[in-house]
Ligand binder design. Structure first.
Ligand SMILES: CC(C)(COP(=O)(O)OP(=O)(O)OC[C@H]1O[C@@H](n2cnc3c(N)ncnc32)[C@H](O)[C@@H]1OP(=O)(O)O)[C@@H](O)C(=O)NCCC(=O)NCCS
Length: 177
């Protein structure tokens, strides 16, 4: 297992095929998809495709979203981390990195997404030596706005994402080093 980061309560590691049940539970949950375009998946094969695609990103882009598990129990709680967008354009940006997170609802409200994201941001600056990290979230996703602001990103603007008919909010943070 390729572990990238360890925080006080979390292990952050590569997503693997062992996470299939957890990923299906995550992405088939309508509550999880409330601010993600309201299209929860129906088949396990879709979760498998997602894992395969992320693993391809690890190889081809050197980074992709990572699994998050609880240090104490080893339980899979969701994913977090960085994604290189070199496949499509968002808000007139291409070839940029964003930070994201998605957790199973029973683990919400405990500060896990913030804890994981802080560690991923440090990885972006200290290991990948990136210049800028962006954050993108649906305009009504209060928990997500809160996380991005807590980890230090700055609000830039709101924009309309035509491909998904969504109103999104754009944040950014420059490498402080
Ligand atoms: C977004 C998500 C990852 C948050 O995970 P989490 O571990 O509960 O987040 P944290 O506990 O670290 O922080 C959430 C913050 O938002 C606040 N918050 C949560 N719901 C809120 C709401 N409805 N209104 C205002 N603030 C809210 C919390 O109080 C907390 O802030 P605080 O520490 O200042 O009190 C989780 O809700 C999730 O997986 N949602 C579905 C997927 C998703 O929307 N991902 C983001 C896509 S951009």
């Amino acid at each position: 297992m390729n572990i990238h980061l360890e925080t006080e309560r979390l292990i952050i590691r590569d997503l693997t095929i062992q996470d299939l049940d957890g990923m299906f539970a995550l992405d088939s949950n309508p509550e999880v998809h409330r601010y993600l375009g309201n299209k929860p998946i129906k088949e396990k094969a879709e979760a498998l495709n997602y894992i395969n695609d992320v693993q391809k990103q690890y190889k081809e882009r050197g980074i992709g979203r990572w699994a998050v598990e609880l240090k104490d129990s080893g339980e899979f709680i969701g994913w977090c981390g960085l994604r290189l967008y070199n496949d499509y354009t968002f808000n007139n940006h291409s070839n940029f990195y964003d930070i994201g997170y998605r957790l199973l609802p029973k683990f919400w409200g405990k500060g896990y997404a913030t804890e994981a994201s802080k560690a991923c941001l440090q990885y972006a600056w200290n290991v990948l030596k990136l210049d800028t990290i962006y954050g993108i979230t649906e305009i009504e996703n209060e928990a997500s706005h809160r996380i991005l602001l807590k980890i230090g990103l700055n609000y830039v603007e709101d924009f309309y994402y035509e491909a998904e008919n969504m109103q999104l909010r754009w944040y950014e943070l420059k490498n402080p080093n």
